[in-house]
Design a binder for this molecule. Structure first.
Ligand SMILES: *Cc1c(COP(=O)(O)O)cnc(C)c1O
Length: 372
């Protein structure tokens, strides 16, 4: 049996009429970039997310650096973020011209550690950029308090955390911006590149709307800007899919509960640690393997199960930015480095079948039983 890591085409087939209908509407409108479907989706997204503004941009990385730029953060400034994240988070800080200051994660949730953030603050620090890693919110109440105390901006990277919130807070509540990626691997994904900035700040909204479109607030009027727009076909796909995001998240949570229950007796790894009262949206279901992670990964792959690692090289161990400013490592990153050696992600998507999940569980248990 083969179990793939993603269910992109299954998801498409399940709501094909809605997606095809929206794509056809865009094609017939004759307006494909900055057209009516783009605006319609932005209105839908800001209502869904609960922020005053939602601005469609080219991808999740652009959403991050456009937010930094709109907040006036660049040359000479430091931005504190996770060492264990997808590389784009760090890359975006470098693109904005600022220095990424990498700090360690909590050993259990793998999310950025608030105490490490506070310890890394210098007089150059301008912002904190927490990532909702694997689909679980970072400890936002603690991060917001730190930001307030030190007068720092907060930009949440929610590329993996759409639809996830805490019981006592919502993403973006006290942040300057929340950014997301709509690439197909994410929990809400289109059929190309796409991203978005959510904000309650009118100035951030206005600046990003200009920056994304050649610095143009009106026809023939320009200041320096870029080209980073969410096109209308992708907006149409996302508009159809957004209506299903809650139901899809609930399915992910359901599969996570099955994994949790059936794998509870295994001793060669620990299962994802959920913070009490948080809605973990299981972008990824990541095991923390006690020994021979690579052997475990090979065993699953040999048995037709497409498991993966997220991420087997921590950001500060990458080649970095040889032609520009390097990122700075604030402390000894023991948890992030350990995570790179021990993380293993099992297949996790709403369209999994019971049979597939049972097969994954059977093979994981078989591996676990072989470990001493
Ligand atoms: C995917 C991802 C990004 C980048 O998104 P793109 O749309 O590929 O640019 C940024 N941060 C995190 C945490 C991600 O997972």
């Amino acid at each position: 049996m083969k179990v793939s890591f993603y269910g992109h085409t299954r998801q498409y087939h399940n709501i094909k009429e809605e997606i095809d209908g929206n794509i056809a509407r865009v094609l017939e409108s004759g307006s494909y970039v900055m057209g009516p479907m783009g605006s319609e989706f932005e209105a839908q997204a800001s209502e869904y997310f609960g922020t005053k503004h939602a601005i469609g941009v080219g991808n999740g990385t652009d959403a991050l650096w456009l937010s930094l730029m709109a907040l006036g953060i660049g040359e000479g400034d430091e931005v504190i973020t996770n060492a264990n994240t997808f590389f784009a988070t760090v890359e975006a800080i470098w693109i904005a011209g600022a220095t990424a200051v990498l700090v360690d994660c909590d050993p259990d949730t793998k999310n950025i550690d608030p105490a490490s953030i506070e310890a890394a603050i210098t007089d150059k620090t301008k912002a904190i950029m927490p990532v909702h890693l694997y689909g679980q919110c970072a400890d936002m109440p603690a991060i917001w308090d730190i930001a307030e105390k030190h007068g720092l901006k907060v930009i949440e990277d929610n590329a993996q955390g759409i639809d996830g919130n805490g019981d006592t807070f919502k993403q973006g509540d006290r942040s300057d911006a929340v950014t997301t990626s709509y690439i197909i691997q994410k929990n809400l994904g289109c059929f190309g590149d796409g991203g978005m900035v959510f904000t309650n700040d009118d100035s951030v909204n206005e600046i990003i709307r200009k920056l994304r479109n050649h610095g143009s607030p009106a026809r023939n009027v320009h200041s320096a800007g870029f080209n980073s727009r969410l096109d209308d076909i992708q907006a149409g796909v996302l508009s159809a899919k957004m209506k299903h995001i809650t139901e899809w998240t609930d399915k992910r949570i359901g599969w996570a509960e099955v994994y949790d229950k059936e794998l509870a007796g295994c001793t060669s790894f620990t299962r994802p640690v959920k913070t009490e009262g948080y809605r973990h949206v299981y972008h990824l279901y990541v095991l923390d393997v006690k020994q021979d992670r690579d052997g475990f990964l090979a065993f699953l792959q040999e048995n037709g199960i497409d498991a993966k690692t997220h991420y087997s090289i921590a950001c500060h161990k990458q080649e970095g930015f040889p032609w520009g400013k390097p990122a700075v490592v604030a402390e000894s990153l023991v948890n992030a480095e350990k995570n790179a050696d021990t993380c293993l992600s099992l297949p996790m998507f709403p369209e999994l079948t019971q049979e597939e999940v049972d097969y994954v569980i059977e093979k994981v248990k078989e591996w676990d039983a072989q470990q001493g």
